[in-house]
Design a protein around this ligand. Sequence first.
Ligand SMILES: Cc1cc2nc3c(=O)[nH]c(=O)nc-3n(C[C@H](O)[C@H](O)[C@H](O)COP(=O)(O)OP(=O)(O)OC[C@H]3O[C@@H](n4cnc5c(N)ncnc54)[C@H](O)[C@@H]3O)c2cc1C
Length: 450
Amino acid sequence: MVTFDLLIIGAGQAISPIIEAARANGATWALAERLVPGGSCVNFGCTPTKAVLASARLAHVARHAADFGLRIPTVEVDFPAVMQHARDLVARSRKGVEDDLGSNLIRGHARFVRREQDAYVLDVDGQEVRARQVVIGTGTRSQMPKIEGLDQVDPLTGENWISRDDLPRRLAIVGGGYIAVEMGQFYTRMGSRVTIIDKGTHPLNREDDDVANALLGYLEEEGIEFRVETSFDRVERTAQGWRLSCSCPEGDLAVEADGIFVATGRQPNTQDLGLEAVGIETDDSGVIQVDEHLLTTAPHVFAVGDVRGGAMFTHTAWDDGRIVADSLFGKGQRTTDRVVPYAVFTDPQLGRVGMSETEAQKAGRKYRVLCFDMAKNAAAQEDRRTQGFVKLIVDDGSDTLLGAAILAAQGAEMIQPYADLLVTGAPLNALRDAVVAHPTYMEAVQNVLL
Ligand SMILES: Cc1cc2nc3c(=O)[nH]c(=O)nc-3n(C[C@H](O)[C@H](O)[C@H](O)COP(=O)(O)OP(=O)(O)OC[C@H]3O[C@@H](n4cnc5c(N)ncnc54)[C@H](O)[C@@H]3O)c2cc1C
């Protein structure tokens, strides 16, 4: 039987740097995938959600055409066409990944069987595969809360929403993370009446109150109803749809809906991987334990992407791939000690990097806050997209950045210079002294410092 130098489990977001390095170094490798290549990002995550959000934004702009001196008398949403456009994009992206893998792709569910002296033996749907080194990138799936009646509902989730062409007239979204608010705005702009039910004091509870509340305020203006500090306890069928029985500080609350979207978190795909057979440890929730080089507790076995816990994004999974490629084929110097920007792709977008103000307070840092209102930015005025602000947390002693939040039409793009400052440790003068093209949203990134 062939022994590969490397077996990757899961065709998700970390694979490309590893495969490139394996090819460049002449290593033999295979990849086992139980569903379809591309993983979450390509098949139901980043790619299609941003594609449908683009449709949602266009519908929104068209409804506000008068602000631009234009008349668009009616805006009709063809919901199945919106969804089909996203599915077409998914199909093209997935095919790109599949073509790249070629004959190295082994289709099936991989599971560790045993460790031999020089290799690991895995079972991939009945086929025995041997590899000297293994990278686990099996990702996560939606966590389903144990709620009475929910098993009767077949709710929308982060995975299945992409195949559902029926637009619920009233949609209840359970959860308060970025998937809940992005999808809440999408369905609202498509025409649903959306209620977001969240246990916490506000959705996006890792963000500073002023930042999260400003964004949620914009979403409320569009018609999204937020039910916070509300626990969803039971669901039952009614003649019209579903009744969600909830409890909140004011007492009992019933939310009537035609559709339910569950977005209450992600859980790692580690339950049927045979990890115990080879000594790979997880925490109680199934997250694989790794060191700063993403090495697991078994020699020559790495874990990348969502399955290793921590920041669960496509760009962190991709960077994990670089870390492992460096360990396997390079100098082994890359680690998970890194700056991770991220974004919430609502309209306006929230770009974030580094410490929030709350985190700076908790860490006992001496800091000051700088703010710039996007209403003062020329590009935003010209585009009629003046919502939001730039908020910087600046170290008091050294004039260096601790963290940034940008709530703005282009917040996801604008956050990057701040991430670069944090990576290099450069002083804020690096941005203050720069010349920024006019009129751009990026001017706000500098204006906040002047
Ligand atoms: C709705 C939604 C929107 C998102 N939007 C964004 C965004 O805008 N930006 C962003 O950065 N991130 C976003 N994410 C998160 C992002 O998709 C994930 O962080 C990223 O895809 C994780 O990549 P991964 O490689 O760890 O896992 P995945 O991409 O999930 O890949 C894991 C793969 O492993 C396979 N697999 C699992 N078990 C086995 C097994 N035993 N044998 C063989 N194969 C197996 C799975 O089938 C899957 O293909 C979003 C996620 C969701 C759900």
